[in-house]
Design a binder for this molecule. Structure first.
Ligand SMILES: CC(C)(COP(=O)(O)OP(=O)(O)OC[C@H]1O[C@@H](n2cnc3c(N)ncnc32)[C@H](O)[C@@H]1OP(=O)(O)O)[C@@H](O)C(=O)NCCC(=O)NCCS
Length: 281
């Protein structure tokens, strides 16, 4: 490993978000600043950048949701790669998470071997699917998710995600560009999905559903809100029924991420929590 005495690691601030968003989109991850902000607002102390001579050259996030954490935004300015700055800031974030029970991340295929070096193990492939949204059949069971009390949503979501993520749900629903639908049956919440504006188009995430009929209704309802726009969705490989719905609707397979865990896996039910919670990169 390379030593990096000159790198100064500090907490990320809102002023750093444009730079980090740009790096993400150079990598083709298709994220919006607003999206990064929602995650940041749920745990701002867990976002870091590294500076050389006052210039930001690298970033990483280690967002905590109760007893789970996820690492994202692991980026080094392309002109500063290979100098040890990546490992330095990543180690800092790992240390920040030393008391957290479950630690995971989503890796691009090229970095799986790198993460394995620091003890992460492969958990599941996550294909990214995409299409141009069309007007789809509607369902009377769909409601505006913001009409559901946030405590009720958190209680519903917790067993699927594996831990409470109240702050995240609040932050993401507070963003004006988040569109969100709940699925009610006999007055009870049986699934939900969010559609979040990205650099290009929209992404469905997170989405929690109890069966494939509910999944199809939510996917259709969300698409109908943004007809003509590109929509994408990162779906766990084991969510075979959801992938089948997308294949039947002729969604395209864009690329793959890989869910990896350092500690865990948690009790995440990837058949029901279809679109990953966090896919910042
Ligand atoms: C991935 C990335 C952040 C690494 O930063 P970097 O500056 O290229 O890497 P460093 O110079 O810090 O690497 C130094 C050493 O630490 C290792 N290392 C870096 N990150 C590591 C990690 N997370 N776990 C274990 N080892 C790591 C490197 O493999 C290298 O090992 P070596 O000296 O044996 O070759 C950088 O290449 C990048 O921005 N890539 C594009 C974005 C991306 O793919 N991010 C990850 C998304 S999942």
């Amino acid at each position: 490993m390379i030593s990096t005495p000159e790198l100064k690691i500090r907490q990320m601030t809102v002023a750093d978000h444009d730079q980090v968003t740009d790096w993400c989109n150079i990598e083709g991850w298709n994220l919006s600043r607003s999206n990064i902000e929602a995650y940041f607002e749920s745990d701002p102390e867990s976002y870091f950048v590294g500076e050389i001579d006052g210039k930001v050259v690298c970033s990483v996030s280690a967002t905590r949701f109760g007893e789970c954490a996820t690492m994202d935004l692991y980026l080094v300015d392309p002109v500063h790669r290979g100098k040890g700055y990546g490992w330095a800031i990543f180690s800092h974030a790992l240390n920040h998470l030393k008391d957290v029970k479950y630690v995971g991340l989503h890796s691009v295929p090229e970095q799986v071997a790198t993460y394995e070096k620091s003890g992460f193990k492969l958990f599941e492939r996550i294909p990214r699917m995409s299409r141009i949204a069309e007007r789809m059949p509607s369902s009377d069971n769909l409601v505006d998710l913001r009409k559901i009390p946030i405590e009720k949503l958190e209680e519903y979501d917790r067993p699927y995600f594996g831990s409470s993520r109240l702050n995240f749900l609040k932050a993401i629903l507070a963003k004006e560009d988040t569109l969100a639908l709940g699925y009610l049956k006999d007055g009870e919440l049986r699934g939900y999905g969010m559609l979040r504006k990205q650099n290009v188009g929209y992404r469905i995430s997170p989405m929690v559903v109890e069966d494939s009929k509910i999944a199809e209704d939510i996917i259709n309802g969300l698409q109908s809100l943004v007809v003509g726009e590109e929509v994408s969705m990162d779906v766990y490989e084991k969510s075979k029924e959801v992938l089948q719905i997308l294949e039947d609707q002729k969604w395209n397979h864009i690329f793959d991420f890989y869910k990896m865990f350092l500690r865990g896996p948690s009790n995440l039910d990837t058949k029901k929590a279809c679109a990953p919670v966090v896919e910042l990169g």
